[in-house]
Design a protein. Sequence first.
Length: 270
Amino acid sequence: MTHIAPETFDALRQRIRDRFSDLSPHLQRIARASLEAPNSFALNTTPVIAESLGIQPSTLIRFAKEFGYTGFSDLQKVFRQRLIEGNADIREQVLEHDRDAVPGDVKADLGQCIAAHLESLKSLEKDCDLDALNKAVQVLRGARHIYIAGLRRSRPIADYLHYCLLRGERSCSLLDFAGGMAGPQIATLANDDILFAIAFSPYSKHVVDAVLDAHVSGRRIVCLTDRSESPLARYAEVSLLLGADTASRLQPISGAVALIQTLAEGVTRP
């Protein structure tokens, strides 16, 4: 379920109650705490809430996604809005909390960022589908030219793959979304060319359209995405899956970069 319209706390509370029995034990623990102590969910950070519940921060993200939110920070806005609309004293407490949080604790922020990157890398090491990775290497090695598509968070990942392939003297191009030439580029794909598309939820419409255009034209596609149900994986010959389930508000790309570097090493090896 994709959550689009802003939701009131009462509406969210009812949804949590309705689905409580279907949740896993860990998610039930979060659901129970969210209804019993909503103020804590509004004012505390993800690591603090996770520690108080005895769970991993990533479990809070899974809980948020279970109810259609892209991450825990989006879900937390519902709890914060409840406080802001409650009364003037609590509203000032929330605003003061925000003001105090603006400068931040740089050391703590650095530690959280490093932890998020380590979590991403450990997840890659544990869950990487080596058969799919090997197949992607073989498919790309046989390509005459590799076209690379990636926007938003995926753009630096696409740029890095482009850089790695050029350093390995492989023929490749980035799709020119900014110049509006991605469509014509897709139209020029030959039978022995490959489109390598990168996108994570929420998937960039331009990248999804490029994948669909390539599919309709009967061209080969390899993708890096977050789940087998993604609109990229649906049409790809090979899908490299990399979850985006960390506690960081800005999802780290370290796992994706490590995967891309491994892929490029295989593709450019003499």
